[in-house]
Write a protein that binds this ligand. Sequence first.
Ligand code: GDP
Ligand code: MG
Length: 309
Amino acid sequence: MSFRAGFVAIVGRPNAGKSTLVNTLVGRKVAIVSPRPQTTRNRIQGILNRDDAQIVLIDTPGIHKPANALSRQMMDELDQALDGIDILSLIVDASAEFGGGDRYSIEWVRRFAGPVFLLLNKVDRVKKPLLLPLIDRYQKLFEFAEIFAISALTGEGCLDLVNGWLARLPEAPPFFPPDQFTDQPERFLVAEMIREKAILATREEVPHAIAVLVDTFEETQDLIKIRATIYVEREGQKGILIGKGGQTMKKIGTLARKEIESVLGAHVFLELFVKVQANWRQNPALVRQLDWRRQLEQLGEMQQEETER
Ligand code: GDP
Ligand code: MG
């Protein structure tokens, strides 16, 4: 039996359903999903394993015009996501009105020389006759290699999509051991899960002013001890996060701990702190510090220093 393997990047506007699709295909939670745009701050890989194939999925920050240091970094990440991939997949919300942002996305995918798939997502919310004119509209703007109508939420059309990708992937051995579902270090997954709970718990009040850094991650025999700091931009946001008598914080902690426990399969002791760091999104140094790869590099440097001493 021949084996196929390759890299597929999922790009699209914020809220199109990129993370939902990666989670559905991988079947385990690797990317956080939020009803609010731009919660995927870093590039996340989910790995889809089958007996005959391995597809490495790259979830990306939403395509948008950069406005500050953070969004500039996100768009750089997007450019990097195109390195070494086999297929680019542009996912769009088929239930939303076509607009300027969609036009911008189509312009953006032109930079990729390989095959570009169009995924019309959220078809569970669209009356089928409305799909044809939409497909027509996209086809006039760009020559997509393939077009699929899917629902990332229900899984409708997703098997066809996977087979469509496979047909264009090279014969190759797997890139990762088949039991691996993400290449993200656990610390980063943990930070993402905490950030998701914090965003959900505070709703509209503390939008994207939240960043989470895992300060310590200690595995002992029967439990994992995690200390993490949630960074916000203003005192007011800190107050909202903490809530009356610490209630909101407690809720965030409990929800995050339960999810971390189920994903890591271990008992977890989670300690959360909140810190105000004004304008962290405008501060390239802090944004870089929050980047998980940077965190890993620093960890490596620290360990090296220790052995040198
Ligand atoms: P991303 O910003 O592109 O990663 O988008 P997310 O995956 O975070 O999804 C944004 C919102 O759209 C979430 O509330 C999802 O539950 C919702 N969503 C994603 N895919 C679908 C779908 O196929 N159908 C419906 N009805 N909602 C979806
Ligand atoms: Mg996302």
